[in-house]
Design a protein around this ligand. Sequence first.
Ligand code: NAD
Length: 367
Amino acid sequence: MKIAILPGDGIGHEIIAEAVKVLRALELPFETEFADVGGTAYANHGHPLPEATLALAKAADAVLFGAVGDYKYDKLERHLRPEQAILGLRKNLALFANLRPAICHPQLTHASSLKPELVSGLDILIIRELTGDIYFGQPRGRRTAVDGHFPGADEAFDTMRYSRPEIERIAHVAFQAARKRGRKVTSVDKANVLETFQFWRDVVTDVHAQYPDVELDHMYVDNAAMQLVKAPKKLDVVVTGNMFGDILSDEAAMLTGSIGMLPSASLDASNKGLYEPSHGSAPDIAGKGIANPLATILSAAMMLRYSLQQADAADRIESAVTSVLESGLRTVDIASAGTRTVGTREMGDAVVAAIRATTTTITKTTS
Ligand code: NAD
């Protein structure tokens, strides 16, 4: 197994260092290779996604990504900005499925904007189609209107479109993920108004015929936005298009309290993936040693589960994170009365110690 490690910018280096430490504590046979990406790559090689970085990402079995971006690069031409690296990786690696778990650890319910009883134990997986929809549909642009309410006026337009294979492949990802969880998929659309999403609903229903063991329901996106804040625990796997997924996954993220806790995966058709925390490079706290590394550590767990077929190792990381939270350790973003605030490195060390403790227990039990 070869893992490409792309720390990126800002807190990227600090959080990736902890995730790598945790991966090494598992003592699995994998190789790691580091490369520059984002602003760091621009500064060192003149491009946010150098050829060598892309080649490494393509050759590896999985990519672990920190974060990119720094305000000092905001005046660069768009194609040279750090954030272009992530778009380039998604495109070149054909990463069409974005998986974002929204998990509210019972120890962190106070950090949510919802009442504790609504979010305690929350565990939703939002699956967003990542390479289609109105974000990529052609034609798009600006022109002079020839019809509509104001003929002759300037107007702008985008095109919403999905093909059957694009919907089929994301639906398969959702049904297969549901089989590893609560066997329930909610497909979110706007079939009552949009032709594209009536088609989406029809195709998801067709694919469902291959998964009789998984329950499927359909929900309009406006209702889904409501249900996420009214009764989020009723949802298990949510699958939706690129634009609705963009919005709903951020809404779901906020239910869990801190963005510093949220991992994500972006997968291709053969489950090769890029794994990254849901947050950015946090330039405001970079270099201070206070960033929460848990989203990146949990992204490494997703990488083990989805791309490297090491579900047991993924479970061990996730259990270690839970036990560290239970022990009362918190980085500053999730701290509250009665907990002990630690820095990035100390949090990573605590997860490593919890993993080693389970290794010792397993060895003792088997010997
Ligand atoms: P951000 O996610 O970097 O930060 C938002 C807030 O959350 C900040 O106050 C930050 O300190 C805090 N925060 C983020 N991660 C944290 C962590 N692990 N622990 C503790 N606190 C954390 O978003 P932003 O400030 O809007 O963007 C900063 C830069 O990141 C920009 O250049 C933006 O383009 C980039 N960005 C990159 C990605 C990516 O690499 N995928 C995603 C989003 C934003």
